[in-house]
Design a protein around this ligand. Sequence first.
Ligand code: FRU
Length: 499
Amino acid sequence: MELIKNWTDELRYLPYHEWTKEYQKFLEATIQHSQWRLGYHIQPKSGLLNDPNGFSYFNGKWQLFYQLYPMGPVHGVKSWAHISSENLVDWTFEGIALLPDSSFDRHGVYSGSGIVIEDELVLAYTGNVRDSDWQRKSYQMLARMNKAGEIKKDQRPMIPAPPQGYTHEFRDPQVFEYQENYWLLIGAQTETLEGKVLAYTGKSLETLHFAGSLNFTDQAMGFMVECPNLVFIDGKPVFLFCPQGLDKKIMNYQNIYPNAYIVADSFDTDSLSLVNPSSLANLDHGFDVYATQAFNAPDGRALAVSWVGLPEIDYPSDSEGWAHCLSLVKELQLKDGQLYQLPVKELIELRQERQSMDGKIFQQPLTLAEETTNCYEMHLDFSVDSQGKLHLYSDAQQDHSFIIDFDTKNGMISVDRSHVSNPFAQEYGTTRTLTIDKNEPLSLQIFVDHSVCEIFVNGGQAVLTARVFPNHEEKNVYLEGISGDFSADFWCLRNMKND
Ligand code: FRU
């Protein structure tokens, strides 16, 4: 048997039960030999994972779902896979929760969110259906999970069609409660091909009415907005969304599509406005974050998790029969009106023994960690006059590495993945650069997990996320440069427990 290389529409939309058991076994066996599987990130057992969905806390556990196509590393007919956790670190696979098996979702159970209402977790999602002319129809649907984990889809759509003037590019409902009403925000496109976010509201999810288009910017949001998410931090709205086709003059970005956010003063429900919105900012300055889902957790935190992957791009692990992962769970905070993203405190549980060192940055490369398992966390503090390069995923000859270039004098940090073996998506650039405050110390909290690296800059002021696909021998860490002092802490991390 061989992995499928020529994915036709017919194959991608074949119902799951029509795939042979042998093929599925072969796929899972092939993935066992992958060199890029992850230790403590959520990844698909086989096939393709994309957006996080239904992130919630229900029945004493964190509940999380994700878009899954299990039969190969392509965007085939999607379902919702379900995982749960007691600590946001170790996740148990609960199986496929929503299959694309009804007349309202047979070409894909698309993204959505979850809300606890009485003793049920109510899941809001988009049913994707192609008609006989292959035209898309989008239905906003509900399903309900009880405390025994049984899930039932509603028979009829909650919203059967987009409002007048909008196309069927209409998806990704975020459901939340605000001032004693339920709200749905949905990514949308006008018939004149403008990206919008539509709001529905009502006293119950069964009696929602169309309220209008959410006012969160005066600028054009490209041709489509996907995955809108409104959360409240210290009472202020923070709005995360994915505009497609956004003019780079509005926000500078290099990824095919960005994940953007704005912070506002308040949500005026009468005018459907986010009042006094900030300009658009990039949620992640790296290469691969998209479709971040955030929610206000019952413990008071605003938690977020992202898809680490992008639409319409091939990744090296495709050749191993799987694609993509989710990010670590991040806590969103506001400090002086600025958004901070921090890895949740629970992740400390992964740490093994600590190793520490400090010194000066010299031209001569200094090894910080040798022959690692590429499964570690590292904290680095640099003095105000630091100029240097930190190399992760380096081979012994120092020919290959992932380079983090930093210059605190001039206020710059950049990442370069072109020197890691198995480069990809090079047409979107191989470096990403971030401006930081000049003449300030710099701190980096770095998580490396085989083929993903998440870098939290200055206590979460900015994040850079990157997939990288090193060869086996690329596992050292070294530092070189011109000036500055540093101190470093290093922990090997254990794998997540996943059953
Ligand atoms: C974003 C997205 C969503 C859609 C889902 C389908 O990555 O395109 O808009 O619901 O993926 O898998």
